[in-house]
Write a protein that binds this ligand. Sequence first.
Ligand code: DOR
Ligand code: ZN
Length: 419
Amino acid sequence: MTADLVLRNVLLPTGRRADITVSDGIVRHVGAAVRADETIDCTGYTCLPGAVDMHVHMRGGVQAEKEDWRTGTVSAVAGGVTVVVDQPNTVPSLTTPELLRARIREAEEQAVCGFAVNAGVVPEADLAGMWEAGAMAFGETFAAPSSYGEGLSTGALKEVFSRIHALGGLTTIHAEEVSGRAPATLADHDRARPGEGEARAVEEIARLAPPGMRLHFCHLSTAASVRAAHGTVEATPHHLFLSHGMFEDGDTRARVNPPLRDEETRRALWSCWERIDVIASDHAPHTLREKKVPFETAPSGIPGVETMVPLLMVAVQKRQITLASAIEKTSWRPAAILGIPRAGFEPGDRADYALYPDGITRIDSSCLHAKCGWSPFEGLEAVFPQEVIIRGVRAYAHGDLREACPAWYPGQGYLSPQN
Ligand code: DOR
Ligand code: ZN
């Protein structure tokens, strides 16, 4: 047998070194190598399973000036992410099976890595229709208004929760409380959408959801919210690595929902590392032109899919977190929560990997691949992957995309047309 690809000298999580043989996108053998069409020597690299970023806004359509499936997924791959899960607050928002199918077609034509698409959650949405059309999960469900998302009332939340529970789907929640006037500074923005309000919203959701319902809390930004959550917990790199004091007061680029918090709150979020199930980027790019308006009217959202794992790899190299925990939270847990086959080091695993060198560089937005061309993480330390493999194909090497490897991952309610 000749395999498609062999990864030589991979340092496995067990500490053993082995060769990984891949054919048809799947790991076939771990041990001594067989002959292969392509071989990559992994000596000197840390080999991670490809990350599953379960919270991105790939934009496209009428929002293609901000990002599109091509640029957004090239950016993902350049950051070691091989599957992205797109949020449904597109324009128009995804509320029907027809719109969902059109979104999947748009991704199939442009994406360069694996992808899935979530269903929009508003009372008038055809939730069952989208579930059968292959929606991965439901939401993010807005429990408070945000950019391109209207907050649902308590009654509406209760009603959509029971419909999703009956389908057996996963509900993903954007939990916040919003008060006061339009904020004029980052600190105002933090006060208008306070951490305490986020924790209260998290508790309220638990009261509204039917018992046993599968809940996933998106982008929790404080330790209190993480502790209050009944369900799986997601945190973002921006709430872990950035606080609003790192920016000028009126810097609209750092405006995001939930807001960046103060330094003490940021550090406290790290203390919950063990309880955080998933790190996801909430990649939500806006153009600099859109951001260059008075703070009160600036859109919320920042890019981050490409810098997520590279930022965490610095924490791994500095021994602030373990490599195993980074793999768990960026790849294995999100795949398990969503029901996507896992990428890894066992026969039968999906052969998605990213190879990270030893040695730290700094984030330079002119080297990133997202369309918006800026990053709130500019200048921070990072470790970027040198090689990315998607289903056994060498998709990306040393800064350049070599091959597009799109693949759609449908959700568990999918009824394919021949069924
Ligand atoms: O800051 C945000 N921007 N938070 C969200 O929940 C939505 C996102 C966007 O789509 O721009
Ligand atoms: Zn959100």
